[in-house]
Design a protein around this ligand. Structure first.
Ligand code: ZN
Length: 247
């Protein structure tokens, strides 16, 4: 099985389309979507419809999905994120709002070896930023490989007999990372729609369960088109500017 791992698409349909085109070349069987389909970007309905068209094996909700369908009140968001959440709530079709409302909360196991969560396996809204956070998360994973999102930063944490370690992949285009037997992994593929590691290219991952290889990928997309949609929608302009710098 080759899982296509998508996180934090954030209503950026231009980035999403570029990822799907690149992933087609790499081939994949089933998609796993780690939440935050919407929020920040200008095409929430188009992104939800594309996710549905993939017939994903699993989709879980993120904090922005909850805010957009008012399952959460966005009071912990900064004013830009809150403005985007309000705009998204008003822009969603009734059908798509209902789709977000019904998204399950992570963590969710997808087979004997893989589980997914948005923030952390012990709390869907928790950010894993460093090795101590990752260690805490690895204590509570139900499967040897756990995919997470929420920080928009690609990273691979590994727990082996020699202890815990973290590794930030430098990805030219694709980077194959063999996952060893007997170790546990916590992997963030990065964000499709709003990367924050200083690299504006869209990020995604493919995990091949039979070869036990994780491929971390980056792909260029038309940032200018995504920016224009944000300006045209009347969303806060800073949401467009940050896309160009990947922050
Ligand atoms: Zn996010």
């Amino acid at each position: 099985m080759r899982f296509l791992i998508l996180s934090d698409i954030h209503a950026n349909v231009d980035a999403f389309d570029a990822v799907l085109e690149a992933a087609e070349v790499e081939r994949w069987d089933r998609a796993l979507v780690l939440g935050d389909l919407v929020g920040y970007g200008a095409e929430p309905n188009a992104v939800i419809e594309r996710v549905l068209s993939l017939n994903p094996m699993a989709v879980i909700r993120g904090n922005h999905d909850k805010a957009a369908c008012r399952l959460a009140d966005a009071s912990d968001f900064n004013h830009v994120a809150r403005a985007a959440a309000l705009w998204t709530a008003e822009t969603l079709t009734a059908e798509n709002r209902m789709y977000l409302e019904r998204l399950p909360q992570g963590p969710m196991s997808t087979d004997d070896t893989v589980e997914i969560c948005h923030g952390a396996p012990f709390d869907e809204d928790h950010y894993i930023f460093d090795l101590p956070d990752a260690g805490h998360a690895l204590d509570s994973t139900a499967r040897p490989i756990c995919f997470f999102g929420h920080t928009h930063l690609p990273v691979i944490y590994r727990r082996g007999v020699d202890g815990d370690a973290g590794f930030v992949p430098e990805v030219e285009h694709n980077l194959d990372v063999p996952l060893g037997d007997g170790a546990r992994y916590l992997i963030n593929p990065g964000s499709v729609g709003q990367p924050r590691d200083g690299d504006p290219r869209a990020a995604f991952g493919i995990y091949d369960t039979s070869r036990r290889v994780m491929t971390m990928s980056r792909v260029d997309y038309r940032v200018d088109l995504a920016q224009k949609r944000i300006f045209d929608a009347g969303l806060p302009p800073s949401l467009a500017h940050r896309l160009a710098v990947g922050r």
